[in-house]
Design a binder for this molecule. Structure first.
Ligand SMILES: Cc1cc2nc3c(=O)[nH]c(=O)nc-3n(C[C@H](O)[C@H](O)[C@H](O)COP(=O)(O)OP(=O)(O)OC[C@H]3O[C@@H](n4cnc5c(N)ncnc54)[C@H](O)[C@@H]3O)c2cc1C
Length: 388
């Protein structure tokens, strides 16, 4: 527990064992939802696994990203837009209350295209998302090379860059500060954090449920399973058979440099400290999260073709992490039919959705009617009859 993320975070010493809501998982989704639950007056406990496990919250790229989300599911486009709209307020609350600045900025974002074929493919893909929305406004613009140059003053683009898609809704944060700020806020609001509590099973209790963890049991009226990859084992016995799989992604970080990139791009972003993060690959490698040299070479090579100045920067760090992916890449928010009051949440955009998870999803768990977008987020969309 000596990692700097935990500076200022208090650990449970009260040994309390009964709560309104037990949240399994202290990654990106659990703390966000828990903050909202505490603000609604509920008593909440987060049970979290040890430090040496799969935790995507510590390995992601930090984008709060709108463009390209929601292919085949207009409600996910709306949901992402909603979170982007709530983000500024959520980040300010975290900063004001905890002193941790999550470095949220939303100057808009770009996806740069190399060659006409890529640009045409991008336009076709985003055009389909727009069509699927039935003509609803879709905040995307297509820029030619000159327009991109105007947006990135002083940045020399590679010869192959022909243009980009742009969305004013895109932005980014420091994801480790976000994790720390959410944990600190959770505890400020009176939440109980139990690290080293790997949950193994859940059983019924007269007043709700008993959550069995290796370090001891707790009781709760409701349970939220926000355990990332852990949902795969925990969910099925509780009626939450949510099809998720790991997909590996790599990230590289350069040394710090002078301000170069005024806005994030889907594959590069300059952090507020000055380093440049480069990503993001997608490999089917099961649960293997070891760094693969071919992937990091490919990322670096594309970065150099896109913005040649990046060639002069040293790479100081690289890692791989495993996305929590559903078959359609859209989120699942599901209450169990067999175990009412137990909810499963899975998403590969836990950073982007942190604001809406805190502000809106918490209301659903507290007992509000489900948000309109939830008509699309149930697990039934994956069953064979519906897919046919
Ligand atoms: C390479 C990469 C880049 C990404 N970039 C972005 C991005 O730019 N923007 C974005 O929005 N998203 C991004 N993501 C995705 C984002 O990080 C995830 O969506 C998010 O972390 C998922 O949150 P989670 O809480 O479900 O899972 P996690 O963050 O993994 O947290 C799950 C927690 O549950 C705990 N747990 C698991 N099992 C148990 C158990 N049995 N008992 C107790 N605790 C348990 C784990 O220890 C962990 O702390 C990226 C992911 C990857 C891999």
């Amino acid at each position: 527990m000596k990692h700097p993320i935990w500076e200022g975070v208090m650990f449970d010493t009260m040994n309390k064992d009964r709560f309104d809501v037990a949240v399994i998982g202290g990654g990106m989704i659990g703390p966000a939802v828990s903050i909202g639950l505490l603000q609604r007056g509920l008593d909440v406990c987060i049970l979290d696994e040890g430090d040496d496990v799969l935790r995507v919250a510590r390995g992601n790229f930090g984008l709060v990203w709108f463009q390209g989300k929601g292919f085949g599911m207009p409600d996910y486009v709306r949901w992402t837009r909603r979170s982007a709209g709530l983000y500024g307020d959520f980040a300010s609350e975290l900063k004001d209350a905890t002193g941790v600045d999550v470095a949220h900025a939303n100057p808009g974002g770009l996806e740069l295209c190399l060659g006409d074929e890529e640009m045409a493919h991008r336009q076709h893909f985003l055009g389909q998302i727009y069509q699927q929305g039935g003509g609803e406004p879709y905040e995307i613009e297509y820029l030619d090379r000159k327009q991109v140059e105007d947006m990135l003053p002083g940045v020399q683009l590679g010869d192959e860059v022909v243009g980009a898609s742009y969305s004013p809704l895109d932005g980014h944060v420091n994801p480790l500060f976000l994790l720390r700020a959410m944990h600190t806020r959770f505890q400020q609001l009176g939440g109980t954090y139990k690290p080293g509590h790997r949950v193994t099973s859940v059983s019924d209790d007269a007043d709700g449920y008993v959550v069995h963890a290796e370090a001891g049991d707790i009781r709760a009226a409701k349970i939220v399973i926000a355990a990332g990859h852990g949902l795969k084992d925990l969910g099925p016995p509780l009626g939450l058979d949510i099809p998720i799989r790991p997909q590996r992604g790599h990230i590289l970080v350069t040394e710090r440099t002078q301000p170069l990139l005024p806005m994030p791009m889907s594959a590069f972003r300059q952090t507020h400290e000055g380093s440049i993060m480069l990503g993001v690959s997608a490999e089917e490698a099961g649960y293997d999260d070891m760094v693969d040299t071919k992937s990091i070479n490919d990322i670096a090579a594309r970065a150099a073709r896109t913005i040649p100045a990046l060639r002069g920067l040293n790479i100081v760090r690289s890692w791989a992490a495993l996305r929590v992916l559903t078959p359609d890449k859209c989120p699942v928010y599901q209450e169990s039919a067999t175990h009412p009051g137990i909810y499963g949440i899975a998403s590969h955009s836990g950073v982007t959705l942190a604001a809406v998870n805190a502000r809106v999803v918490s209301g659903w768990i507290a007992g509000d009617p489900p948000p309109e977008e939830f008509r699309s987020f149930g697990v039934e969309r994956f069953n064979a009859e519906n897919a046919a």
